[in-house]
Ligand binder design. Structure first.
Ligand code: IMP
Ligand code: MG
Length: 172
């Protein structure tokens, strides 16, 4: 039986916030071409909406890492595939769905820094405060969410629920 879901962030709330984030990114990220790097798979819906609000010239690329086994973090980050273009000297915007423990983001930042981009900024739709200091790694944040497993708008539970237009959590 499908589990009951409680809406935490409505489609309208998300749409409005994504537009605000894009305005800030356009205003603050300087001139020059930007490479928007989505972390697959969770960021694909957020990134698709975000880039359509950005007014600057940009290219899109993707990177894929995995650390989750079902709904639990294993703490070990595995690179599954890397960017398809050199980003040396370019302005990179890394787009994440959620920063939870921050393990994945730290790993990605270390990896991307070795490619010597001109700038490297992080935009995450969600942040869950797990008592680590990973909030400071996020330059552009959509929303803080409670310490619950969240799904929808790209985020999955065992591969399901990514297509929900809102962010929700399973009812207890
Ligand atoms: P972290 O390494 O613990 O920060 O987790 C990073 C990745 O795990 C995120 O990019 C998500 O893909 C996934 N993740 C963490 N928490 C959640 C959640 O509550 N719902 C869905 N995916 C999550
Ligand atoms: Mg992710």
């Amino acid at each position: 039986m499908p589990r009951e879901i409680e809406v935490l962030l409505s489609k309208e709330q998300i749409d409005a916030r994504v537009a605000e984030l894009a305005l800030r990114i356009d205003a603050e990220c300087g001139d020059g071409e930007m490479v928007v790097v989505g972390v697959l798979k969770g960021s694909f819906i957020f990134m698709a909406d975000l880039v359509r609000h950005l007014k600057r010239q940009l290219t899109c690329d993707f990177i894929r890492v995995s650390s989750y086994d079902k709904d639990r973090s294993t703490g070990i980050v595995r690179m599954e595939f890397d960017l398809t273009q050199p980003v040396g000297g370019k302005n990179v915007l890394l787009v994440e769905d959620i920063v939870d423990t921050g393990t994945t983001l730290r790993h990605l930042l270390k990896h991307l820094e070795t490619k010597r981009p001109a700038s490297l900024k992080v935009c995450s739709l969600l942040f869950k405060d797990m008592g680590t200091d990973s909030r400071k790694l996020i330059d552009y944040l959509g929303f803080e969410v409670p310490r619950r497993y969240v799904i929808g708008y790209g985020l999955d539970s065992d591969g399901l629920y990514r297509s929900l237009p809102y962010v929700g959590a399973f009812k207890e």
